[in-house]
Every structure is written in C-alpha cells, then in structure tokens.
Design a protein around this ligand. Structure first.
Ligand SMILES: [Zn+2]
Length: 155
C-alpha cells in the first residue's frame, strides 16, 4: 500500500490539486480524495463560501460522498488524502467513520489539527488512524498565496 501511496496516489493527488488551485475562486484550496484499496472513490474541494456554511470542508464532503457511493457507514478499508491537516471538526468525522489512514501535505497550526489530539484521547478510543504527513511545496504555496490575496483584498 505504501508503494501505491507514494507512486500513484500522491502524484495523482498533486496533479488534481494543481487543477483545482488553477481554477482560483473564493474557497480555501482544501482538496480531499478517498481511496478504497487502489480505487479512487471520491474527491471534493471546500464549498464553504459556495454554501455559506463553515462545515462544508472538503474532508466532510468527501467522506459523505464516499459513504453514499460505497453504501456503508464505516470506511474501514479506505485511505483519506488531503491538502491540509484535517481540522478538529473533520477529525471527529474521520474517527466516527473509522478511516484507518490519513495522509496530508501541510501540517495545521499547533492545536488545530488531528495530530494535536492528546495521547490520552487517542488511547481512550479503541480506534485511531495512522497519520502520515508528506510535506509538499504545492500545498504550502497554495495556502500561502490564498491568504496573501485575501489579506490584500481586506486591507
Ligand atoms: Zn475540516
């Protein structure tokens, strides 16, 4: 699986993400894909602005759609890959969906992402996903330039 992750999933993800970023727009460049074994099940971008709803993160949308597609409540044989480390809202959904592997390309600020859950919290649950951070320049740049543009707009 790790070979497939490095040689197929990550390159494909980066290519798709580049396309999403090139569309520009108002949304944070958050992009998520879910794989079941070696099959891409679903991919989604943020739709927070489009729906004026701060819960419309790409991870939540992607998880919801993947479950619909697979007609299942749990994604126990799936992998989630996303541009930015999942926030605490998405972390809740990831845990409840029992996704065993979460890959992200940019760490969140201390205390804001899935990796900042305490050891006590992790051990108190009988399920916690494996977290893999694969730092990628494209994700860093996408978020940096997104917020630079925004700052200009609001200043
Ligand atoms: Zn989120």
């Amino acid at each position: 699986m790790d070979d497939f992750l490095n040689h197929r999933i990550v390159p494909d993800f980066l290519e798709r993400m580049e396309r999403v970023i090139s569309l520009g727009g108002e949304e944070i460049p958050s992009f998520t894909q879910i794989y079941q074994k070696e099959t891409l099940i679903n991919e989604r971008s943020n739709q927070v602005e489009e729906n004026s709803d701060s819960s419309f993160h790409s991870e939540i949308l992607c998880i919801r759609n993947a479950k619909e597609e697979l007609r299942t409540r749990y994604l126990t044989d799936c992998l989630l890959i996303t541009s930015l480390e999942p926030c605490l809202m998405c972390t809740g959904t990831i845990l409840l969906s029992r996704i065993p592997k979460v890959v992200y390309l940019l760490p969140a600020k201390q205390g804001e992402g899935i990796s900042s859950l305490s050891i006590e919290t992790i051990y108190s649950r009988n399920f916690f996903p494996e977290l893999i951070c694969i730092p990628a320049e494209i994700s860093k740049q996408a978020f940096q330039s997104f917020f630079k543009i925004r700052r200009k707009k609001f200043n």
